[in-house]
Design a protein around this ligand. Sequence first.
Ligand SMILES: [Zn+2]
Length: 602
Amino acid sequence: MTSPHRYAIRPLDPAAHLFEVRLTVADPDPAGQVFAMPAWIPGSYMIRDYARHVVEARAESDGRDVAVTKLDKSRWQAAPTDRELTLVLHIYAHDDSVRGAHLDLTHAFFNGTCVFPAVAGQEETPCDVEMQPPDGNVGRHWRVATAMRRKDAEQYGFGTYVAADYAELIDHPVEIGELTIGEFEAGGVPHAIAIRGNTRVDMARLCHDLQTICEQHMSLLGTPSDLDRYLFLLNAPGSGYGGLEHRWSSANICARDNLPARGDEGVSEEYRTFLGLVSHEYFHLWNVKRMKPAAFSPYDLGQEAYTSLLWVFEGVTSYYDDLALVRSGLIGSDSYLELLGRTITRVLRGGGRRRQSVAESSFDAWTKFYRQDANAANSIVSYYAKGSLIALSLDLKLRQETEGRVSLDDVMKAAWERWGETREGMPEDGFEKLCGEISGLDIADFLEAAVRGTGELPLETLLKTHGVDFHLRRSTGAKDKGGKSAANGNLPDVWLGADLADQQGKTVFNVVHNNGPAERAGIAPGDELVALDGLRVNLAGTEARTRRYKPGDKSAVTVFRGDELITLQLKWEEAPSDTCYLQLAEDVDEDVLARRRAWLGA
Ligand SMILES: [Zn+2]
């Protein structure tokens, strides 16, 4: 039997944000053991080169130092030894995102990708992980929250944990600190949420709502055979948002006041955002963590792993995250349609949807979607947002053309059976072929246009067949995310063709849309708006003054570009109707009503 690799991690110097990681290998490669840190973390498709945070690397064997040579940006090689070998790393941890590692006097958080090197050639070997507390008084009340299986550790305690192999080791984020923990069961499986931050949350309600979401998703795809536990890690600072999926847990960030206080009733917009986030990460435990593209089976963490399927794994997940909220009754259908209207608005406001398909966006995620520049709105389409609208169109089309016999639910069930429980990677053409197979429809042209085309999706027609009216209008300004009709009807006739943002008191051109008035006038992204026709303006003032212009009017726009003051001549143009809202159609016939109920739930 192979001896497990023995990892030990301790907060070496919390004030200096330094972890010490010791990795002991029983049978190192006699030619000189190679160790490798991942270049990226699964779920976040960007090269991050985690080894760059290693500030010290050394090795020892039998009480003696062993030479360590750096081979490239991510790998080290120890000198040959036939004895047990220990690699010792000091790692700087000051990235408080769900993808990083963070340590200070208040807590520790880490992903295995940031702190645990792989033993090259022995990635299948089981791993023991000893979580050690910091020295001294720091951390006296700290608890450990992770979905990693315990060996000798008490529940939520320091001590030894185990992982079946390296892939599992780095699939368990760990939060250590003063935690608020809630526990519940979903589908008979123990679940927990561990919250960092002073939230004063209504924990009973939170657990109830999480259980509702988890069971909704379980009812669609069934409980995976190896899902015997699940943990939501939640960091709740003053502001922030994000999540990262894992097989038995997820790491999430939301603003603390988005969570419900005791006595709160109803679902606020902020709480709805939080519920959508955890619903999204939970759905991933099927879609991308167990069922994945062939390109991720297994992950090559040394370099980019290219797939055109992220629209399936992120887009379909983004479709089901909010759909689960309405189907389970946590939100009403009006609230759901508002969310859909906002997603449609997001896609319509980016000219990039006419340049890039979701298949291309998936493939180039590494250098485009994850590394957006000022031109992103003109050049990139989100495989999340448009991917979710493709999922919606596909679902409605299947339902309508098969007279309710087949829906996207059936395609996902079949996909899970084929590539989920079997752990066989989904081939690049697998999902689209399956849609045809399961429905018996000739749906290839529709998918070709939706997935590899840059035209508009037939949303208006498809929503109509499900009793939902599709409306477009002009935007009321920077705060208008769509999803609702314009209450006062006071819409501007014209637009600048640019998105302004308030940046530390300055009004800055964030996005300059291609072929819009601002671009024609010579305004560049990053320009600071100072005056409009000689009058000083801020963001709100610009929006108020915009209502005084008509198409064809001309204005002098004064901006700072760097430290140079420039005045440019702008000709106002009619504002586009790029803001969508949806409404339940009234007086629809029984067929349509039945279709709508089957889609959204009762
Ligand atoms: Zn996701």
